[in-house]
Design a protein around this ligand. Structure first.
Ligand code: GLU
Length: 284
């Protein structure tokens, strides 16, 4: 069985061999059900058009074929998130109407300083937002208005999902992750809101991505629930690591698909060569 899927690169750098493998898996699992290419270029200054162009080019060189996207069109576009703000605002309004989000002027530094146990953070390194910083009752707002907004998580509730690769995954709200940002103070949708909004609008049946986003999946399941939408299925690919067991960062020197192409690797080499031994000395 194949499930309609998507590729969602963030153009803040060149794609590396880890992305190549996750995206190839996504393409394989989507098969004939269709594959959407969506450029996640919300983070204004850090995203660059040349990285988006390089991502499309590198993934095509790998042999991946998408059926909808910025370069092929399709009924669910536009396929660059920077052009989808009206839709994200609509979703922000639905969350505000449902009473599950609140304005939160606190910076990351405030959050770290106020945390009951400052060392505690979500599996993905986000500090856990202290419930004491939640605001008291307030009037509903008509617009986000230049302040960050957070989703109020149901403290103590365990979110479970069956992942196609990882099996049963559990994350507990308030323990593994806290209230998270859905709208940024620079008036852009935050990652969690944009992804849930778009996976729904683009009718994505299965989300295939790296295992670094497992905790985000629990957040996204809560957002879908608050919006009354069924969540997609999930498949989190293992991360490509170096010999020290560290996952490849965006600037994994020399392991960008670009660089491997220039060094004469074939698409099959990029998708199958064992990496850990190649980067044994890379991170020291
Ligand atoms: N755009 C995200 C990234 O490149 C992936 C988001 C997702 O797959 O949900 O890391």
């Amino acid at each position: 069985m194949t499930l309609r899927g998507r590729l969602a690169p963030t153009p803040t750098g060149l794609l590396h061999v880890g992305h190549a493998r996750t995206f190839a898996l996504a393409a394989e699992r989507a098969g004939a059900a269709g594959l959407v290419m969506r450029i996640e270029d919300l983070d204004g200054p850090r995203c660059r058009a040349e990285f988006a162009a390089a991502a499309l080019d590198d993934l095509r060189w790998l042999g991946l074929v998408w059926t909808e996207g910025p370069d092929v069109g399709g009924p669910h576009g536009p396929y660059r998130q920077s052009e989808r703000t009206p839709w994200f605002l609509d979703v922000w309004r639905r969350l505000e109407a449902a009473g599950v989000i609140y304005p939160s002027p606190h910076s990351r530094r405030d959050v770290e300083a106020a945390a009951v146990a400052p060392h505690e953070s979500a599996g993905d390194g986000e500090p856990i937002f202290p419930p004491a910083l939640r605001p008291p009752r307030r009037e509903r707002a008509a617009a986000p208005g230049g302040v960050a907004w957070r989703f109020r998580v149901p403290d103590g509730r365990t979110i479970e999902f069956e992942d196609a690769i990882q099996g049963l995954v559990r994350r507990t709200a308030g323990v593994d992750f806290g209230d998270f940002v859905v709208w940024r103070r620079d008036d852009l949708a935050a990652y969690e809101l944009a992804v849930v909004a778009d996976d729904h609008a683009m009718e994505i049946a299965e989300v295939v991505r790296g295992a670094d986003l497992l905790t985000s999946t629990a957040r996204q399941i809560l957002l879908n629930e608050a919006l009354g939408w069924p969540p997609p299925a999930f498949c989190h690919a293992p991360l490509v690591c170096d010999a020290a067991g560290q996952r490849l960062a965006k600037r994994a020197g020399g392991l960008a698909i670009r660089d491997l192409r220039a060094a004469g690797w074939s698409p099959v080499d990029v998708l199958t060569t064992e990496i850990a031994s190649l980067v044994a000395g890379a991170g020291g």
